[in-house]
Design a protein around this ligand. Structure first.
Ligand code: HEM
Length: 452
């Protein structure tokens, strides 16, 4: 943490309107504005958005400084307070010592060996979903965005709660989804009524919350009484013990972490899969190579064994390149506790630092032809291996690196390989798809494709 008062240069201020600063530009065209910033500034740029001073970093070294080297100087920005109403005090919303302890407790559940136990669930849920999709009239375009939302939701519920969701999955996933949707809505809305007011949205979210809480608390109760250890995520969190203190999570913490994992873990993956299919409809050469790989590596087995997926190297390159062009978590914000020096500049205490994977992933200085979809960038020994590690950060970095990154990559590899083995997606009509940066970087409209 730096508190020095050494004289520094003022951070270049991006011109804006009196009072409103850069707010309107960001509301009207956030990605276009980011592009302008990248072309006109080279290290750090000072923005005024929503009455706050925000400092956007443009270089991977500075992203590393904020997320990793000087991470203790930075906390969650106020935007996360809204999420707290819905997610509680889980990994995504908490800070400081509480977060550190929760992360220590939850981390082992996401270790590679533990994930192996969840991979089988991912494969069988994907195989069921593909059979269902095949049952549709395949001449009609399919809403690919919705289809991936459905399957990632099933996967996250099954990997979290295991067979306890049997027969209850629809009710539970609808309630969790309502909660998630209303949280996003509230974060993006300029007009926020207090949560205690009985507005229709507040009432809906309270009902959904009661349903989710009664399911999760009921389940925790049953599991504690049964004393049997399950290898789903909830089972792992229930048995997690703090190495330093021997403490375990309380029921409330287990609830908050479960809802957080659901919320952080399904929409991001679904959106990224929809983008990947969109890219494949535009790049038949990549699709053909992908299909050939999945057919030769996986053969005909309906549910290939988990170890088979490890050999799908080109599939992983496609996933990584898709995450480069369309990183679902397109921007991350942090509030500085103390003044922080970044090169010749200072980020003042109380202001916000912005790290934007979308921008860093499209910096032409690192990524030639940045808008071109080219999975070869991620081939072993390829361009990515030669770049600064923070030139590519779809899962963030430093101690707050996405805890589900291996889970997500595994899931996307399975979804993509089994999907292209069965279907050849073709664009439906002339959809003009452009990215729309909400909380996640979504397509501006649902992606539809004919699945041949
Ligand atoms: C393509 C899919 C995903 C992407 C792009 C993604 C991206 C991210 C990013 C960038 C962060 C860091 C945010 C920050 O530093 O402010 C994050 C945090 C987090 N992610 Fe993911 N994520 C994905 C999937 C998942 C999955 C599948 C899970 C769980 C199963 C998950 C759980 C979490 C949690 C709990 C955090 C908070 C970690 C902490 O602060 O300790 N994510 N994710």
């Amino acid at each position: 943490m730096e508190t020095s008062t050494a004289p520094t240069q003022p951070v270049p201020l991006h011109p804006g309107l009196p009072f409103l600063g850069n707010t309107l530009a960001f509301l009207r065209n956030p990605l276009g504005t980011l592009d302008t910033l990248q072309r006109n500034h080279d290290r750090l740029v000072h923005l005024r958005i929503g009455g706050r001073h925000q400092y956007l970093v443009l270089q991977p070294e500075d992203a590393k400084h904020i997320l990793q080297e000087n991470h203790r100087n930075y906390g969650r920005s106020p935007a996360f307070d809204i999420l707290k109403i819905f997610l509680g005090n889980g990994l995504l919303t908490s800070d400081g010592d509480f977060w550190r302890r929760q992360r220590r407790l939850a981390q082992p559940a996401f270790h590679r060996q533990k994930l192996a136990a969840l991979t089988q669930t991912m494969i069988s849920e994907t195989a069921d979903w593909i059979d269902e999709l095949s049952g549709h009239n395949l001449k009609e375009p399919v809403n690919v965005s919705q289809a991936f939302m459905d399957v990632t939701m099933r996967i996250v519920c099954k990997t979290l709660f295991g067979s306890d969701t049997n027969g209850k999955l629809d009710g539970l996933s609808n309630a969790l989804d309502t909660l998630n949707y209303l949280a996003n809505n509230r974060m993006l809305s300029p007009l926020r009524f207090p949560y205690s007011w009985p507005t229709p949205n507040n009432q809906r979210s309270k009902r959904a919350r009661m349903q989710v809480d009664s399911f999760i608390f009921g389940l925790i109760d049953e599991r504690r009484k049964a004393l049997d250890e399950r290898d789903d995520l909830l089972g792992m969190l229930l048995s997690a013990e703090d190495e330093e203190t021997g403490e375990r999570m309380s029921n409330q913490q287990l609830r908050d972490e479960s809802v957080t994992i659901f919320s952080a873990g399904h929409e991001t993956t679904a959106v990224s899969m929809a983008w990947t299919i969109h890219l494949l409809t535009k790049h038949p050469d990549v699709l053909a190579r992908l299909k050939a790989e999945s057919q030769s590596v996986l053969g005909d087995a309906r549910t290939p064994p988990p170890e088979a997926f490890r050999a799908l190297t080109y599939t992983m390159q496609v996933v990584q390149e898709s995450l480069r062009l369309y990183p679902p978590a397109w921007i991350m914000s942090r509030r500085a506790h103390q003044n922080d020096h970044v090169g010749p500049y200072t980020i003042p205490a109380g202001d916000t630092a912005l790290v934007c994977p979308y921008l860093l992933h499209r910096d032409p200085a690192n990524w030639p032809n940045p808008d071109r979809f080219d999975p070869e960038r991620f081939a072993p020994g390829g361009l990515k291996d030669r770049l600064h590690s923070y030139a590519y950060l779809p899962f963030g970095g430093g101690p707050r690196l996405c805890i589900g990154n291996q889970f997500a990559l595994m899931e996307m590899q399975i979804l993509l390989a089994l999907f292209v083995r069965r279907f050849t997606p073709k664009a439906a009509g002339n959809q003009r798809i452009v990215p729309k940066p909400l909380i996640t970087l979504r397509p501006n409209q649902a992606i539809r494709a004919v699945l041949e």
